[in-house]
Unconditional design. Structure first.
Lengths: 304, 276
């Protein structure tokens, strides 16, 4: 295998000698030889989406971008489509979180009120929902399995998050033969940096889980959490990604396709004309509603 | 395993094995005769212990008869339905470990406007040789409904000498560990809810020092066709706990509704006659 590195985005890619590329799959810069000792992956997931299905997924994704210029939405087949195995770290970690919050519990109250009907004062009752608030503090514990963090400088973490999920149950023990003929990128994100990213993301997941799935009551406010993590296992995985470059009138767009699920990720330009038209339509609808309300209420209220 | 007789059901996917020479003409899980020879994959852990049967065949049949006559809405001919109860050993895992459960709950009481208040806590329990079912053919509600087994009764099991057929253990240790965590948390949650008299409870558990082995548990199983469906009954082969569902006789339901309407109309007529 031949190893090349990208001086622009930092990606290091292992290539089949019969499949050498002169340019980086992620940013199209010229690649250079790389002779550093590199970390061997633990597991690899095969491609389950072939090139044709990837192209169909790309076209469907672009067609769904309503605010994109029409030239982008109806773009032809990608000018470039590469199958790349991208490195990820998968973390198993035990999280323990201390939380403090205020929990709201709803209850029903019956109240009486008076109204004027046909010149007479009438007393009626109605049921209203009130919320009673309580302070609560405690701990939450959970084992997080297979939390993925991108180990590639060419694939930023926020983009890799949008590319997930991957079914890691379909991975195999690593063998270079599994990516023969395709590019396989080596990790370029240091382990300590990836671990920091993992714990930051897991901290946010812990807080969200506590708020949505763990706390009792009907409402939550002022939730503060402090988490500690015990990393039990870290595995280096190679996961399949199609990297596509689509030529449009508005320039080149780089899109990624999950090689397992065909999910598409990418930033697509917006048409200024369409955005302005959307804003105008929203304003018109708002004015119609206001005018209609004024007409129904005899012109009172808003103009005062 | 090649000296054993093993089949895979093409209808429900059930995998059953027995010692060589014991015929397996149909699937015990769904009564289908669409079964094919099956070579269990290498590498799956197979049980070395089993819990022996305590419930006898006449006792099992008597329990089914009680079930068939237990509801007026069951069809009258249910008791004579084609049902053959058979002995089957079903895989489970015997686990040792500790469960650390973090919990929150809404409990009744206290001088509050809503009549409830939130509480939170953490409790750790140890468990020894807790049996958690690991069948791929029985459903989770069925396995829970069969109830617990006394794991102290475990004896050595040799598949080549077993007199009863058994389900081939296809749940991997990794999957069984996850099942164990879920099931232990489920049981601990129920215990916490009862002790704290909780209106609503939520839990999150951490499992420590988990170790286990796969074993076999005894079940009487019968599958019977009725109408266009196949119904399944299970009896815990150690405790006799009965699990099963039966068809509803919609003729009886319709008759009861019709009878009720007629009785009501007759009552109205009598009122009309008596009071003009």
């Amino acid at each position: 295998m031949a190893t090349r590195s990208c001086p622009q985005c930092g990606a290091i890619v292992e290539m089949d000698p019969t499949h050498i590329s002169a340019t980086c799959a992620f940013c199209d810069a010229n690649l250079v030889d790389h002779t550093a000792t590199l970390e061997r992956p633990d597991r690899i997931a095969p491609f389950e989406v072939d090139g044709r299905r990837a192209v169909r997924a790309l076209k469907s994704f672009l067609a769904d971008q309503w605010l994109a210029p029409e030239g982008v939405r109806q773009a032809a087949d990608p000018s470039e489509l590469r199958a790349v195995f991208v490195p990820f770290y998968a973390y198993d970690a035990v999280a323990r979180t201390r939380y403090e919050c205020t929990v709201g519990v709803d209850w029903q109250k019956t109240e009486t009120y008076t109204v004027e009907e046909n010149g007479r004062t009438v007393t009626k009752t109605r049921t209203v929902t009130e919320t009673e608030w309580f302070p609560l503090q405690g701990t939450h514990g959970r084992t997080w399995l297979d939390h993925l963090v991108s180990a590639s400088r060419g694939l930023p973490e926020d983009e890799s998050n949008r590319l997930e999920p991957y079914d890691l149950g379909r991975t195999h023990p690593y063998d270079p033969a599994h990516h023969a003929g395709m590019d396989a990128e080596h990790p370029t994100v240091p382990r300590h940096e990836a671990e920091s990213t993992a714990t930051t993301e897991l901290e946010a997941l812990e807080k969200r889980t506590i708020e949505r799935e763990f706390l009792p009551g009907d409402h939550v406010r002022m939730l503060h959490t402090t988490s500690e993590f015990d990393i039990k296992k870290v595995a280096l995985l190679l996961l399949p990604v199609w990297v596509a470059v689509v030529d449009t009138e508005d320039g080149q767009i780089r899109l990624l396709v999950n090689g397992q699920t065909a999910a598409v990720v990418g930033d697509v330009p917006r048409s200024t004309t369409k955005v302005l038209m959307l804003i105008a339509a929203a304003l018109v609808a708002f004015l119609v509603i206001i005018v209609g309300w004024l007409v129904c209420n005899g012109g009172h209220g808003l103009l005062i | 395993m090649s000296a054993l007789n093993a089949i895979r059901c093409q209808n429900c996917g059930g995998a059953i094995a027995a010692q060589a020479g014991v015929p397996l003409p149909r699937c015990l899980f769904c009564a289908s005769d669409a079964v094919v020879p099956f070579d269990p994959p290498e590498g799956l852990e197979q049980p070395g212990q089993a819990i022996p049967f305590v419930i006898t065949q006449p006792d099992a049949e008597a329990r089914f008869a009680d079930f068939a006559g237990s509801s007026i809405w069951y069809p009258g001919d249910l008791q004579s339905a084609e049902l053959e109860l058979q002995r089957l050993l079903v895989p489970a895992w015997a686990w040792n470990g500790r469960l650390e459960t973090h919990w929150t709950a809404l409990v009744y009481g206290g001088a509050t406007k809503s009549g409830k208040q939130p509480v939170a806590g953490v409790e750790t329990v140890s468990f020894q040789q807790v049996l958690i079912p690991a069948s791929k053919s029985l459903t989770v509600p069925e396995m829970r409904a069969l109830g617990h087994y006394d794991e102290q009764a475990l004896v050595a099991f040799d598949p080549h000498r077993a007199s009863d057929p058994y389900e081939v253990a296809e749940v991997t240790r990794s999957a069984a560990r996850q099942l164990a965590g879920i099931e232990m948390e489920h049981r601990h949650r129920a215990s916490l809810k009862g002790r704290h008299k909780a209106y609503r409870i939520r839990t999150s558990g951490l499992v420590h020092e988990l170790s286990g082995e796969t074993v076999l548990t005894p079940v009487w199983i019968g599958a019977y066709p009725y109408g266009d469906r196949v119904y399944r009954v299970l009896i815990n082969g150690q405790t006799g706990t009965f699990v099963g569902e039966a068809p509803i006789s919609w003729y009886k339901v319709a008759g009861a509704i019709l009878g009720g309407v007629l009785a009501f109309l007759t009552f109205l007529l009598l009122i009309q006659i008596c009071f003009g």
